[in-house]
Design a protein around this ligand. Structure first.
Ligand code: FAD
Length: 469
């Protein structure tokens, strides 16, 4: 069987030794470990199609994998051994960049950072940005409908995709690589695969939107007494800068301390210490001066009202990058503080500060010295409400409370009419929650879509939809 795959895909495209497969079988936090018969690494759309047909003939299940940075385990096969991992890593070509049309056509395995760089070199801007951008691939971003720090001004991945190319469960290639902004000719099929988490087909390429490159950018760290003060400042900044407000990322003091402790070169951004911080970014299509003037105006207006305690404006582009490095490093640095129980929640923006206060009190009522680390995209109403273990506590005993803490936090999310997965997806981690968070009608429609596109359950069994659904 492996020989058949190798004949179809070429030498080097099939990995089957335990050693070669190891990096594909667990993810960076070590939360998910899997098994597979082989890892297939096709280097063309046609080769993906051949691999899918062969897998179907041998009744193997396919787990699509991109950069393996997903946080809900959707890219790692479970323990059933009849799986193959279909990796996009060798689909790595940038097929076309159309500056006049503001679009770029890329294969699924292109690492996100490369797309940002290609856009930049062409005096354009690709706004999708997240902590894993040096490793995650655009196919994975599309399949998880990734959010990140640019959503505030540009929307999530769904808003950035113009067209897709997908290999379907029967091996057919759907070429929907259109660079059209308007196309009302029936169902918008690409939307099914965006956020489909590899359960409906394998994304092989995409046409993405590009934007004019901002001519000016100003980044500031601001300090606050409470998340309520941060929200008030967000509203003032949005009122003044509108869509020029391109970032507003909330961080608690403990998050800043974690980065200072564990991220090389990171320093306290402000002279004093504040319970809450926000990294604020304002861009301008005109000039550096305009971005800076808008930032100062926002800061002054918010401090006059008593919302902002202090602020540091980045003095150079390298300091801007340094501020962003601290923000993007937040996911990683928590690893060094022991066990961390994660939540990726959204609630209406205006209710986020109350949510943070209530959820923090609730988890501390269960584990007295646990350390909530609530950070992220305040402007999108999306916070990563993570809970680090008590200092010096037992990691395993703490992580054993995962479900209990999740339940308490998710119940509060439900009270606030929120979502228990704002941007990371469902994967294997949250599949069991689906009956609680989706109505019968929604689940029925999702199951029918799955049956229609993948009647034999070839793609990513156990992810997104639990098996009994
Ligand atoms: P993988 O992890 O390989 O796969 C993710 C899912 O997509 C799986 O279900 C997989 O089966 C499927 N898939 C992958 N490629 C394909 C394909 N070609 N066709 C079909 N299905 C496919 N996420 C956010 O949304 N916002 C953030 O701010 C954010 N920050 C992060 C910071 C860090 C430090 C880390 C480690 C992760 C972060 N993530 C964030 C999560 C993760 O980076 C995103 O979910 C990312 O989009 C996953 O891309 P990937 O290429 O690594 O996909």
């Amino acid at each position: 069987m492996l020989e058949e795959f190798e004949n179809a895909l070429g030498k080097g495209a099939v990995l089957s030794s335990a050693e070669a497969m190891a990096p594909y079988l667990s993810e960076w936090r070590g939360l998910f470990h899997g098994q597979a018969l082989a890892v297939l690494r096709p280097s063309s759309t046609q080769a993906v199609s051949d691999a899918v047909r062969l897998a179907a003939r041998h009744q193997l299940k396919i787990v699509p994998q991109g950069g393996n940075t997903g946080l809900v385990g959707g890219q790692i096969p479970d323990d059933a051994k009849a799986h193959i991992i279909l990796s996009a890593e060798r689909l790595s070509a940038i097929r076309k960049l159309d500056s006049d049309g503001n679009s770029i056509t890329v294969e699924a395995g292109v690492v996100l950072e490369r797309i940002q760089q290609a856009a930049d070199a062409a005096e354009r801007f690709f706004p999708l940005a997240l902590g894993a951008q040096g490793s995650c691939q655009i196919g994975g971003n599309i399949s998880t409908n990734a959010g990140g720090t640019g959503v505030l001004a540009y929307g999530n991945t769904r808003n950035l995709v113009l067209g897709l190319e997908v290999v379907l469960a029967d091996g057919r290639i759907w070429n929907g690589l259109r660079a059209l902004h308007k196309n009302n000719t029936g169902y918008d099929l690409k939307q099914l695969f965006i956020g489909g988490e590899g359960t409906l087909g394998f994304v092989t390429a995409a046409v993405l939107k590009l934007f004019p490159k901002p001519k000016g950018r100003q980044v500031a760290f601001m300090g606050f007494a409470s998340p309520h003060a941060a929200l008030a400042t967000l509203n003032i900044a949005q009122g003044l800068a509108g869509s020029n407000l391109t970032g507003f990322e909330l961080m608690p003091r403990i998050g800043v301390e974690f980065t200072i402790r564990h991220l090389e070169g990171a320093r306290d951004p402000l002279q004093g210490s504040y319970p809450w911080y926000a990294l604020v970014e304002i861009s301008s299509g005109r000039s550096e001066e305009e971005a800076e003037a808008l930032m100062l105006e926002a800061f002054q207006a918010a401090s006059e009202k008593g919302h902002v305690a202090d602020a540091a404006l980045a003095a150079s582009s390298s300091q801007q990058a340094e501020f962003w490095r601290m923000r993007h490093g937040l996911s990683e640095v928590q690893k060094h503080e022991g066990g961390s129980i994660k939540h990726d929640v959204s609630v209406p923006v205006s209710r986020m500060p109350d949510f943070i206060v209530e959820a923090s009190a609730a988890v501390k009522a269960i584990i007295a010295n646990c350390r909530p680390v609530a950070f992220g995209h305040l402007g999108d109403g999306n916070i990563h409400f993570n809970v680090s273990q008590p200092i010096g506590g037992d990691k395993e005993a703490f992580l054993a409370q995962w479900d209990r803490i999740n339940t308490v936090v998710h119940d509060i999310v439900a009270d606030y009419n929120g979502s228990v997965s704002a941007e990371h997806g469902i994967g294997r981690l949250k599949a069991k929650l689906m009956p609680q968070i989706k109505s019968d009608v929604e689940l029925d429609l999702m199951r029918r879509v799955k049956q229609c596109l993948d009647p034999d359950g070839l793609f990513n069994p156990g992810a997104l939809l639990p098996p009994e659904l």
